[in-house]
Design a protein around this ligand. Structure first.
Ligand code: ADP
Length: 370
């Protein structure tokens, strides 16, 4: 709490001197005025934390000053305590009706006044803190609502405007490449790269749409590791090359006879692999692993990036959640990928989580039943 300031409206010099000494001994700010005229303006300038009001003053009364205080935007929350020789019930009630918080009868013991002032100052301080917190919460909520709105707008744009042209681009590129119209090897590679980029864009759009709906359709067929490797390689070889990151596939020698939705598995691994490349330093390796266990299939994507702090290991799967430090810093994204992975793992009746890799980095693990 900053140093409290007390304003006294009092025309008796002895009372004024007594309270001034006391306020100074407490180390508080203090100001005294002996008439009503201009007192509210003086208080506005002084910004007191509590006001002590004598009732009978030469040019008016403390009740009227108190009423003005309660109408003043800057002063209406400041506690007012009446100091007066009129201790009868009628006078006290009049003080409360005028907007006073307390009453001390003259002659008073300075210890009582001290105790009352401390109680009111503490209350005011608590109220101020609560009001500040409320303001901060409202501001945060406002920002949050604006962000939610932007995300919704973005999603609407994706839904309405992006999926169709992307699918057309990919289809056209594929047709041109396979039609034999363009045969030179280099063009074919360029077309294939463009096609893969369009496919990855379609994946991301679909992730968003699926997350928005919250449901996925599952179509099971035997998982083909050769196909999985080919599609992951073609989706990411350019990014991995640009960052000089070797990707290794540590797959079982024979396909482990697992029936699952291959497209969903591909989309999960694509998200994990994309993150591993995005968030890890250049030249560091990324490993994809798979092994058949008793309950089903375990797939892993491991990198040598900054890793995920323990407290964040669950939160990163929440939609739009991104790490401020480390992983997400400066890397563009919307925090959709891992939320989609969690949804898709659930649709496959499996589980996904992240653990620390040794000696550093993260290992994302996907368990799916056979
Ligand atoms: P996005 O990649 O769009 O940020 P994700 O949902 O895929 O969204 O990831 C959420 C956050 O989790 C990322 O912003 C990043 O902070 C963190 N993260 C995900 N994968 C990794 C990783 N392999 N290494 C470090 N941090 C990661």
């Amino acid at each position: 709490m900053s140093v409290p300031k007390v304003f006294l409206l009092e025309d008796e010099p002895s009372v004024c001197a007594l309270i001034k000494d006391f306020a100074e001994s407490e180390g508080w700010g203090f100001k005294c005025l002996d008439h009503c005229g201009g007192s509210v303006a003086a208080m506005r300038e002084f910004q007191p934390d509590a006001v002590l009001l004598d009732v009978a003053l030469p040019d008016g009364d403390g009740y009227e000053v108190c009423r003005q205080l309660r109408k003043d935007a800057a002063l209406k929350k400041v506690p007012a305590i009446f100091l007066t020789a009129k201790g009868d019930v009628q006078s006290r009630l009049k003080g409360f009706e005028a907007g006073g918080q307390d009453y001390v009868s003259k002659p008073f013991d300075i210890r009582e006044l001290r105790a009352r002032l401390y109680a009111h100052l503490a209350l005011k301080h608590e109220k101020d803190v609560l009001l500040r917190e409320k303001d901060a919460l409202l501001r945060e909520k406002g920002v949050f609502l604006v962000r939610e709105r932007l995300q919704q707008d973005m999603l609407d744009m994706v839904v309405h405007d992006l999926r169709t042209p992307l699918t057309t681009i990919k289809g056209t590129l594929e047709w041109v490449r396979t039609s034999g119209l363009i045969s030179a090897g280099e063009y074919e590679t360029l077309l294939k790269n463009a096609e893969d980029a369009a496919e990855w864009a379609i994946f991301m759009v679909n992730d968003m749409l699926d997350l928005h709906c919250g449901k996925l359709r599952v179509e099971r067929r035997p998982l083909d590791f050769r196909e999985l490797t080919q599609r992951l390689e073609s989706l990411f070889h350019l990014q991995a090359q640009a960052r000089r990151m070797p990707i290794s596939f540590d797959w079982p020698a024979a396909d482990p006879a697992v029936e699952t939705d291959s497209m969903l598995v591909l989309r999960i691994l694509a998200n994990l692999l994309s993150n591993a490349i995005k968030f890890s330093p250049q030249n560091s390796p990324v490993r994809l692993g798979a092994r058949r266990g008793s309950g089903g299939l375990r797939l892993e994507v491991e990198d040598r990036g900054p890793g995920i702090p323990d407290a964040e290991k669950e939160r990163i799967f929440i939609k739009h959640y991104r790490l401020k430090e480390g992983g997400g810093q400066g890397v563009p994204g919307f925090g959709i990928g891992l939320a989609f992975c969690r949804l898709a793992a659930g649709a496959l009746e499996g589980r996904i989580w992240v653990e620390d890799a040794a000696p550093m980095g993260s290992r994302f693990v996907l368990d799916i039943p056979a």
